[in-house]
Design a protein around this ligand. Structure first.
Ligand code: 4NP
Length: 159
C-alpha cells in the first residue's frame, strides 16, 4: 500500500480538498486497495474540525463531499507515509524542520511541482482570509494537479 498525505497549514481548506479530489481519482481507477490517501495540517488550531464551510461548498458544487476531520501532522507520520505533498513553500519548510532524517526528507514534495500549468508558482494560495473566488481557484489548481501526482505514484511503484 502506497501512503500519500497532503499537508497545508490548518487542514481545513487546501489539503482536505486535495485529499477528496485525489481519493475520487484513485477510486475511479480502482486503486483504493493500493493507495491510501490522507491529509494533515502543520498547525493545531482546527484539530477535529470538518473542512471550512466555504471549501465544502466549492467541493459540493463540483460533486464532491468532504468528510475529513482536521489533524496535525506528526513527526511519526514520516515513517508511515511514502509521499508527503506540501501545499505551499511555507508548509514545506515546516515539514522539513520536523523531518527526522534525510530519508524522511526525500518523501517531501511541493504539490504544485506536479502542476503542468504552474508557470513557476509552486504555492497553492491560502484561501482562508480571502473571498469566495479563492476557493474556486484552489479547486481549479487541485483538480488539474492531482492526475500528475497519481501518474508519479504509478511510475514509481509500478501500479
Ligand atoms: P488551509 O487554510 O491551510 O488551507 O487549511 C487555513 C486554515 C486556517 C488558518 C489558516 C489557513 N488559520 O489561520 O486558522
Amino acid at each position: 500500500m502506497v501512503q500519500v498525505c497532503f499537508v497545508c497549514l490548518g487542514n481545513i481548506c487546501r489539503s482536505p480538498l486535495a485529499e477528496g479530489v485525489f481519493k475520487s481519482l484513485v477510486a475511479r481507477e480502482g486503486l483504493e486497495n493500493k493507495i491510501f490517501v490522507s491529509s494533515a495540517g502543520v498547525g493545531d488550531w482546527h484539530i477535529g474540525e470538518l473542512p471550512d464551510a466555504r471549501m465544502m461548498q466549492t467541493a459540493r458544487k463540483n460533486g464532491l463531499q468532504l468528510t475529513s476531520r482536521a489533524r496535525q501532522f506528526q513527526a511519526e507520520d514520516f515513517h508511515s507515509t511514502d509521499l508527503i505533498l506540501a501545499m505551499d513553500e511555507s508548509n514545506l519548510s515546516a515539514l522539513e524542520q520536523m523531518s527526522p532524517s534525510l530519508d524522511a526528507r526525500e518523501k517531501l514534495r511541493l504539490f504544485r511541482s506536479f502542476d503542468q500549468e504552474n508557470r513557476g508558482d509552486l504555492n497553492v494560495p491560502d484561501p482562508y482570509y480571502g473571498g469566495a473566488g479563492g476557493f474556486d481557484h484552489v479547486f481549479e489548481i487541485v483538480q488539474r494537479t492531482c492526475p500528475g501526482v497519481l501518474q508519479f505514484i504509478k511510475d514509481r511503484s509500478g501500479l
